[in-house]
Design a protein. Structure first.
Length: 309
């Protein structure tokens, strides 16, 4: 098996009511938990590396961990740069062996976003790598991406069609109401499905991407808080909304916060119940299993991509 692009994954997902899970990775235990669940479910998978992950784990280590995961499990993996800020970081990841990169130039004006994205697309395509871009701005915080609620803007359908035509981008992340982090909604959760349907109708052959799509499952927030955490009022995207979105061109769903909550809850629980232990393997083992179980749940019950490899 090998590192692959997301091209065939998305072609298949576009004709079905399911999406591919794109899970953020930071260390060995997270990668192992994800790929073991993916193997168990015979599902396609995208492993995402953010700027924060590259800084924390260092690129060489992450590449070798992903290579080890392929050797250990025998599965195909799409390795994706999440929220690349400029051409230089995208080029670096292409050169390092990533099979997919995201250029997030959404903070720029529309014309400049097109220019930067097109530059990345031309370089990546010349090296057999696919490109995701973003149009619209998601609120919230993820690593070095910080957008206030006031600055967040939904994707304009007509602009999405023009953007794809002028850049040649392979997939497009859109803003329809999700946000990064654990505090996605202050009131009732809301996604603009009519906007999503309109975008999909205008660019039906373009795979769409939903960022900020963790559910922030209450039981994991409660467990974190039970064992010393302070995460009040956290709220995510209901899973039925994610399932509904896959009917209208959403082929890739980004999940990070749910993994962090599941892992942290188990670490907190173990340390609280076993204060005498100081062996990291003792608390990282149940944390790894929590990652596995969360990914398996997402694949089976939310993304509907079990058995779609």
């Amino acid at each position: 098996m090998a590192l692959i692009t997301s091209k065939k994954m998305f072609e298949k997902a576009l004709t079905s009511d399911y999406a591919v899970g794109a899970f953020n990775v930071n260390n060995m235990e997270i990668i192992q938990g994800i790929v073991d669940a993916v193997k168990d479910e015979n599902a396609p998978v995208i492993l995402q590396v953010s700027a924060g992950a590259r800084k924390y784990a260092r690129p060489a280590y992450l590449m070798k961990l992903v290579e080890a995961a392929i050797l250990d499990t025998g599965i195909d993996i799409c390795l994706h740069l999440d929220h690349g800020e400029d051409f230089e970081i995208c080029k670096k990841c292409v050169d390092d062996g990533f099979t997919s990169v995201m250029i997030d130039a959404s903070k720029h004006e529309f014309a400049e976003n097109i220019r930067i994205t097109k530059e990345v697309v031309e370089y990546a395509h010349a090296h057999g790598v696919v490109v995701e871009a973003e149009l619209g701005k998601l609120a919230g915080v993820e690593d070095n991406i910080k957008v206030s609620g006031a600055a967040a803007t939904f994707t304009v359908p007509e602009e999405a069609a023009e953007f794809v035509a002028k850049t040649g981008v392979d997939s497009l992340a859109i803003a329809i109401g999700t946000s990064h982090g654990a505090y996605k909604f202050k009131g009732d959760p809301y996604l603009d499905f009519e906007r999503l349907k309109e975008i999909h109708a205008l660019i039906p052959e373009t795979p769409l991407v939903l960022h900020g799509a963790s559910t922030v499952i209450p039981e994991f927030v409660a467990k974190c808080n039970q064992y010393g955490g302070k995460i009040p009022g956290a709220q995510g995207v209901p899973e039925d909304m994610i399932r509904e979105a896959t009917k209208y061109g959403i082929c890739k769903v980004n999940i990070d916060t749910d993994l962090r909550l599941a892992m942290t809850a188990e670490v907190r629980k173990y340390i609280s119940e076993h204060p005498e232990d100081f062996d990291p393997r003792k608390y990282l083992s149940p944390a790894r299993q929590a990652i596995h179980d969360m990914v398996q749940h997402k694949i089976r019950d939310v993304l509907n991509c079990s058995g779609q490899k």
